[in-house]
Design a binder for this molecule. Structure first.
Ligand code: AFP
Length: 327
């Protein structure tokens, strides 16, 4: 007997029908999946084809652009355009908001098509992160910069591992794997583990002495209780936290010996990094906060590429560090 697993398409079909929704969301998801598969192909063949190096320019964040960043951006914008369902998109790779189908579109998509660039020259895991919000169908439209709490879905592909995690508003966080036909199948609901023995801590240890003193003290007092893991790609690091529980953090950098290197607002981008994982975390029973202990999902972006500090993961652990953040 052949064992057939439920496909992502069937899962989404069930979801849309259960909640009496249209199929527009399926069309958008199909576009994102096509984009992710296409990016994965370029990534897997990148070393052979010479696509893992620099492109020769600098992006809106002042970082060197990689050839793969450009390829991933071009692919994603193509599929979003072809879907006809997107009003505009915000991408890490584009300084300005990208108008797509401004009259007929239905969704806003906030994405980073290749997150974790330090892993690219090595062909190691990177992420394709996205959040989706819906047009205000009743009444006038707002500034299109939605807070995470207003996303209807958020997800991440960990490239090139063949895993995809998708969170749907009030309907859970689900992990899919690739089958032999390259379809995403077998939804498994992700709930953050309550078993503290499995919990992991994840942050860049090279920065620990640049964090606020109360954060440094918290680390000193707590780090030995947990396993430590850090990949340097948010999607990969958060993927582990979703599986095992614990906390990923990218605190504000306020004590760098070279003050020019301080990042009082953190490093991660709110709309297409922090809010995306915060949304997935909430649907898996966890929580995320910024450097002031404010829930990440409540942060209203004022501009597309806004940065934020991030503490995300199991609620007891995030609540615990939030207590010292508030002091
Ligand atoms: P890059 O794409 O510039 O490497 O940034 C990746 C990222 O935004 C996120 O995926 C990581 O969690 C974090 O930055 C890693 O930053 P550090 O290199 O400072 O540890």
């Amino acid at each position: 007997m052949i064992r057939f697993e439920q496909t992502l398409t069937n899962f989404l079909l069930d979801h849309q029908e259960k909640y009496n929704r249209t199929y527009n969301f399926l069309i958008l998801m199909d576009a994102l999946i096509s984009a992710a598969k296409h990016i994965e192909h370029y990534y897997l063949t990148g070393a052979l084809k010479g696509n893992l190096g620099l492109a020769g320019n600098v992006n809106v964040q002042g970082e060197d652009v990689l050839r793969m960043d450009q390829i991933a951006q071009e692919i994603t914008v193509h599929y979003l355009r072809a879907s006809g369902r997107v009003i505009h998109a915000i991408s890490e790779e584009s300084e300005k908001i990208i108008p797509i189908n401004t009259e007929g579109g239905r969704y806003f998509v906030y994405f980073d098509p290749l997150d974790g660039s330090s892993n690219v020259p090595h062909g190691l895991p990177v992420g394709f992160l996205f959040g989706i919000a819906k047009r205000n169908l009743e009444g006038s439209e707002d500034g299109h910069l939605r807070a995470g709490k207003d996303y209807i879905a958020a997800g991440m592909f960990v490239i090139p591992t063949g895993t995809f995690t998708l969170a749907l508003k009030d309907a859970g966080t689900w992990r899919f794997h690739t089958d032999e036909t390259m379809d995403f199948v077998k939804p498994v609901r992700m709930i953050l583990s309550e078993d503290t023995k499995e919990w992991e801590l994840s942050f860049n240890p090279a920065h620990r002495h640049t964090y606020a003193k109360n954060v440094q003290n918290w680390i000193e007092q707590n780090e030995r209780k947990y396993v430590f893991r850090y990949l340097g790609s948010l999607a990969g690091d958060f993927h582990r936290i979703l599986s095992n529980g614990g906390m990923f953090m990218y605190p504000a950098i306020v004590n760098d010996p070279n003050p020019k290197k301080n990042r009082p607002h953190g490093k991660l981008r709110l709309m297409y990094e922090a809010a995306v994982v915060a949304f997935m975390c909430r649907e898996a029973g966890g929580i995320a906060v910024d450097e002031t202990g404010t829930p990440t999902l409540d942060l209203q972006p004022k501009e597309p590429h806004q940065r934020t500090a991030l503490y995300v993961g199991s609620k007891p652990l995030v609540d615990d560090i939030a207590r010292v953040l508030l002091r």
